[in-house]
Design a protein around this ligand. Structure first.
Ligand SMILES: [Fe+2]
Length: 511
């Protein structure tokens, strides 16, 4: 039997398929039983339910100055996948939003109806393969499905969905979660946008980047608060790259050219994206004028690494600083089991540590160093402090499997860590056995400004409990995250998601 025929059982991957009393995850489609796949079961099982719920049950008290919406984008595969190579990143984009107003909470869950989703909905079945292929270049729109399920930001009065492979951004009504249409920036956006393009919560402008396999391999641009493209600059790189995030400070954008990218010859010949880590090449970070006043990029070199997510970036005199979660070695350790999902599972074993890079714009010097050695990711800061010097970073804790062990590989965030970058101290909260959390945006207390105390804010996270398939939103005080100040019950199970945002209430309830 070849390894392609050898299934990875959900038991091997340590996924809890049923609650201890034998209950399967609710709202999952029946077809998941056809797939012996860890990311279609348990906490990862799709929930195809679309619904809304008012006046949610609360333990504790929702702070009166928590005013706005916490929105998460994430995968929830609607139709039976076209093959068994389903990848964790493939599921159709589903938005989950909790709204806080007058000390009360309501919730809504709805699919994003982007181009591929609408086509498959009409067909009544899945059409595109996912990330693990095999790529089908005869399909309209692309050889794999642009699911737009990775990231979510708020821009020009709407939620914008974004995809990690760089795809078509979509606009969504922030209250109804109805899909409005593709974001074209007034018809002037002629390429894809990457996940982690950013909207400035204070100036409301959009700063975006794109990467692609043909020149220009990268671009950087900006749109004004009303949806008009201001500029779009080609960035000169030696070949295709796979950046995932960018930094933004008062005057600069920080572009990532990292030595972990796919082989362009293999892509051209075989249509496959084979990633390689080029240890002999530096990580490069390009500072470009944030507002496009100059197209000159000042490149800084650093030790080779890969980065998924930065925490924050800011300026101090001649220095530009960036904090984030660094992968010392992004190549996956070979999985001890030989099975058809080995590559995907191995990538899930990478570690990420909090790190700081500093770039001197006068001398060209780079300084860098580790801030902590624990495995955390999906860092967030108080929205008022994005692009400004911040003291705290709120990261999700990722359990580290024992070396060579099959256990724990499919677990996701099991706690939250708060790093104090001034004192080096940390606080943590563990979600509990079999309970998984989500990226936790830090909602500024209503009425606060970038001049207000950084601690006047509320990290919020969705949790899903595999012990009874319940879900909730936990609200923390940014000054003390060792226990939540309120737990808001979500009526149905939430499937594990990806990125999130916080939308100030004044943006969605003008009166
Ligand atoms: Fe991301």
């Amino acid at each position: 039997m070849s390894h392609d025929d050898t299934p990875l059982t959900v038991t091997q991957a340590n996924v809890r398929m049923y609650a201890p009393d034998g209950t399967p995850p609710p709202d999952a489609p029946d077809w998941i039983d056809h797939f012996d796949h860890p990311y279609l079961h348990g906490a990862f099982a799709p929930s195809t339910l679309e619904y809304e719920a008012e006046d949610l049950e609360v333990e504790g008290e929702i702070p009166a100055d928590l005013y706005g919406a916490y929105v998460m984008n994430g995968p929830s595969q609607r139709f039976e996948p076209v093959n068994s190579k389903y990848h964790y990143y493939d599921g159709d984009a589903q938005l989950r939003a909790i709204y806080f107003r007058d000390g009360k909470a309501s919730f809504r869950q709805k699919y994003l109806r982007n181009g591929a989703f609408v086509v498959e909905e009409k067909a009544g079945k899945a059409i595109w393969p996912g990330l693990a292929g095999p790529y089908d270049f005869r399909l309209p729109g692309g050889p794999i499905k642009d699911v737009s399920n990775t990231d979510v930001i708020f821009y020009n009065g709407h939620i914008m969905s974004l995809w990690h492979m760089a795809g078509d951004p979509y606009r969504v009504d922030p209250l109804t979660l109805d899909t409005v249409g593709r974001e074209t920036l007034g018809g002037k956006l002629h390429h894809s946008l990457s996940a982690h393009s950013k909207s400035d919560p204070v100036t409301k402008e959009l700063f975006f980047f794109n990467y692609q396999d043909e020149p220009p391999y990268m671009s950087y641009g900006m749109a004004d608060p009303d949806g008009n493209l201001v500029f779009d600059i080609d960035i000169d790189l030696e070949g295709p790259r796979s950046p995932h995030d960018m930094g933004l400070t008062e005057n600069y954008a920080i572009l990532h050219d990292l030595p972990f990218y796919h082989d362009v010859d293999i892509l051209k010949k075989h249509g496959r994206r084979v990633m390689g880590f080029h240890r002999d090449q530096p990580a490069r970070f390009g500072l470009i004028d944030r507002f496009g006043r100059s197209e000159t990029v000042q490149w800084f070199e650093a030790e080779p690494c890969y980065i998924l997510h930065i925490s924050n970036s800011w300026e101090e005199g001649d220095w530009v600083h960036m904090t984030g979660c660094r992968q010392e070695d992004p190549m996956p350790v070979k999985d001890p089991a030989d099975h058809h999902l080995a590559s995907m599972m191995a990538y899930r074993r990478r570690t990420h540590i909090m790190y700081k890079w500093s770039f001197n714009t006068k001398t060209g010097e780079t300084r860098e160093g580790m801030l902590d050695d624990r495995n955390t990711e999906f860092p967030t800061v108080n929205f008022n402090y994005v692009g400004k010097k911040s003291r705290y970073s709120f990261n999700q804790i990722i359990p580290v499997p024992e070396e060579g062990s099959l256990e724990g590989r499919c677990q996701t965030f099991n706690g939250m860590m708060r790093y104090d970058l001034e004192t080096g101290e940390t606080q943590r909260y563990d979600y509990g056995d079999g309970v998984y959390g989500s990226e936790a945006p830090v909602a500024p207390a209503s009425g606060t400004t970038p001049d207000s105390d950084e601690g006047r804010a509320y990290p919020v996270t969705f949790i899903t409990d595999t012990n009874d398939w319940s879900s909730a939103c936990l609200i923390f005080d940014a000054d003390d995250i060792t226990k939540p100040i309120a737990k808001v019950k979500i009526p149905r199970r939430i499937s594990i998601g990806f990125h999130t945002t916080w939308i100030d209430g004044h943006e969605i309830w003008p009166n």
